[in-house]
Design a protein around this ligand. Sequence first.
Ligand SMILES: Cc1cc2nc3c(=O)[nH]c(=O)nc-3n(C[C@H](O)[C@H](O)[C@H](O)COP(=O)(O)OP(=O)(O)OC[C@H]3O[C@@H](n4cnc5c(N)ncnc54)[C@H](O)[C@@H]3O)c2cc1C
Length: 1011
Amino acid sequence: MAAAYTPQMAFFTRKKPAPVRTSAPAAAPAGRAAPRDPAFERRVQEIGAEYLRNAREAGAGVFSGSLSVFKDKLMDWAMQDEAFRVQLFRFVDCFPTLRTNDAIYEHLTDYLSQPGVKAPPGFELGMAAGGLAKGLMAKTMAGQIEGMASKFIAGTDAASALPSLEKMWKNGLCFSVDLLGEACVSDEEARLYRQKYLDLVENLPKRVASWPGNPVLESDHLGAVPRTNVSIKISSLSARVDPIDTEGSIRTLMAEILPILESARKHGVLVNFDMEQFALKDLTIELFKRCCEAVDFEAGLAMQAYLRSAPDDARSVVEWAKRTGRVVTVRLVKGAYWDYETIHAEQQGWPVPVWSRKCDTDACFERVAQYFIENTPRKIGEGGVKLALGSHNARSIAAALATLEKHGLPKSAIELQMLHGMGDPLKAAAIAMGLRVREYVPVGEMIPGMAYLVRRLLENTSNESWLKAGFLDNADVASLVASPFREHDSDPGIERIRLAPERHTLSCAAAGVGDGRPFFTEPMRNFSISSVRDAYRTAIASTAVPSVANDSTVTDAARAVAAADAAFPRWRDMPNAERADMLVRAAATMRARRDELSAIVIKESGKTWREADADVCEAIDFCEYYARESTKLFARQRLGNFVGELDEQWYQPRGVAAVISPWNFPFAICCGMTVAALVTGNTAVVKPAEQTPAIAKVLCDILWAAGVPRDVLHFVPGPGETVGAALVRDPRVALIAFTGSKAVGLDIIKAAGEPREGQEFVKKVVCEMGGKNALIIDESADLDEAVLGVRQSAFGFQGQKCSACSRVIVLDSAYDVFLHRLVEATRALVVGDPREPGTDVGPVIDAEAAAKIRSYIEIGAKEGKLELTLPVPAGLEAKVGMPYVGPTIISGVRADARVATEEIFGPVLAVIRAKDFDEALRIANAPAYKLTGGIYTRKPMNLERAKREFRVGNLYVNRGITGALVGRQPFGGFGMSGVGSKAGGSDYLLQFVEPRACCENTMRRGFAPGL
Ligand SMILES: Cc1cc2nc3c(=O)[nH]c(=O)nc-3n(C[C@H](O)[C@H](O)[C@H](O)COP(=O)(O)OP(=O)(O)OC[C@H]3O[C@@H](n4cnc5c(N)ncnc54)[C@H](O)[C@@H]3O)c2cc1C
């Protein structure tokens, strides 16, 4: 059938090539409000019960097929055994990337032999088999998974889905087609999607035009309803959708979407904007409104009732529709990303945007549905919202039907929408009730299809799922249609964030230090909130970088050391709690001045918005974390419990610390090393990098203002060759905290090892140096994530982080696809002014660095293939006043090439091919640097091997390799990357102190207390 359409019907066959009226809205809904009147509630339950009974009867008939996915043997087992379910779904997720029977067999057996997993009876035999049976098992599994997928996904493209669509239509169901896609990481991928949508909008109406008319499906209380509905996800239409640059994203998206909408208007297609993650919600709503104002198309928008903001969002859309006289359809859904939103918010320390109880989501759904019905246009020409209910929950649907009744609106005023392959008995019963029922019909290839499939499987097997309760567990009718409106005393979502410090216990809690609770990482700015962006932008515009000359001399350094030396005994003997308190006070000042500090970092070092914010947050974290952790060191710790003998251990500070800090984390690292020295009772002389003295001076100002005496903390900005060298060699300096290059680090260690005249101790060097960090991509890796993770790790802050990825080692089977997507994804980066939110890549630190990076690019071009060096826009260097080097990718690099072994410290990435995982590990481990490393894999065995065999200080699995957080990912390497210390870890402060022990004989004349 597909072939018949080929010539003119590109949309059916095209595959991805290889590689102003105002009327006041009815009262807005509250989020969690008191229950409604009892008569109404009774009516809701009556409708719901009848609907459910009808659906259960229909379940035995024509529509029951799609529930069978949960009735086959594998799923049956999955429903009974949680551990098996997790592993099965994980396997399903990675299945399409596996190219051979051997790979399928290996991955399956690997997943199912994880601890605690019990395979279904009969499975063990297949797993134990070798040879031919492997192929058989792989084939059986492939058949099962494809069978499951085909229940939810109507075809690989619209052509193959057309027969299903037609059959649905004949059964009284209309459709909204959704094109499944991999995450869009490049303009090339965005263009392909746009083309597919254009084809769909242009050609699908022609194909369905010959179907017989159906007044229920094609009209509502106001008039005609388009036969063809298409659902789009805005993130698939541009590689540059990022709320941090909402205006820029909307501009780009409008350029992509408007031609689709123009075509939709011309061909009478309703286009629905699906709703994705919370971070994109405001952007999507704003884009939707602007598109509606630009093109008079049949418009639909999905809105999520699981969001706490749902009532406000609903109000904003209704008010806008009334104001502009626009009629739009809102598909009210509960939301498909509940777990993600909950997990992500907690990881970030942000308020959880979704309700925490299922009943609150359901109640919010009913309230918002009621609000939309109240604001449904009653006659043509009136602006407002027509409601489509995206739910399979008979109670939720019944509540809307009862509201319709109450307001005297016909059934045609709303639409039911359900997912293809889900809730078929409910669809049949709704059709029998004369309702317009639309299926959301995904079409697409296996790889993107799997993500969708896994989401559906998880949703349907979740204990919270109404569909599962209603049709698989056969719960009783009364409980299924019960009211979700309940009063609660507490909110688990709010508690989850409020009690996070105690639950995670990232540090000890020290009475009297700060708020007396354990440390928790400072939440970074949530740039999807417009007021947050506005405040940040204002700070950047209004903050000047203080002028600080690097003019300290060797004499100044000596004077500072002398003063610090003299101040040491007093500082040392001060109660630790007082020093810790100063750090907490400094952290409070930093918190209050966060955006201003970020602005200085941006302007002085060329960091982009998020990078600068992270720098400041990390500094705050160091203060709060070390303040708490230091308290453990100075309390005397009793060893053993002998009577007559008191054994104790505690620590003392070392003396004067020289802090020599780098420019790449100009605030955080300078702060971390300085406050670690101070809080442990050492005095400090800070010599910042010559490139970033201003932010270091601001740090010292904050610490002085927080109570650190001027003779305890000294600031000596000057050249490393003179001032730095003098500090390192000064016989009164007991400790050197250094972060920087390997060459300087080794020189410091050597110099510190030679005692000078008058020196009374062995100097301690706390030294963090460079890296040649690698990420491994294996055959099962999720390339959507791997491409973005590698891009961010390699080019974030222009690759000038010691943790940056400078080598990516890709297994042969994934190499070509990965490389192509990576290059295209990198092309989508914006090289620009770091003061602008839309900039991904700013300048490099100085001319010397730029020259070194460029020379390596020349070397690399000879050692491999120069795939890409992003051009730098004309005039940018002059505007910003710093040099630029565009992100560069060199492929086909040998493991021993210079660009694969020497530290470049810039945006240059070497791509290396490995024939198998053993070779990948060998290449990854080859350099003497041992700082960070990572792996993208969905193979449990590879993951475990990486943990054991990939020898780096910080290993990251299935994520980027930069951005370590204090207390959560203690940071630091070994080998030639450093002395093995871990900044932001519980043992870091030990390096700043010396242990002392005491043994007291407490027996006097044969008597000791305590026996
Ligand atoms: C036609 C259609 C289109 C859709 N389009 C979108 C879309 O654009 N964007 C989108 O995000 N989703 C979309 N969905 C998916 C939809 O959000 C889920 O299918 C829906 O959540 C299932 O709800 P239900 O009423 O059918 O089932 P129910 O079983 O009644 O509800 C399940 C939902 O409750 C919520 N929930 C689960 N546990 C909790 C908890 N502890 N606390 C609070 N809430 C909880 C979750 O959102 C979960 O999905 C669409 C669904 C349909 C039918």
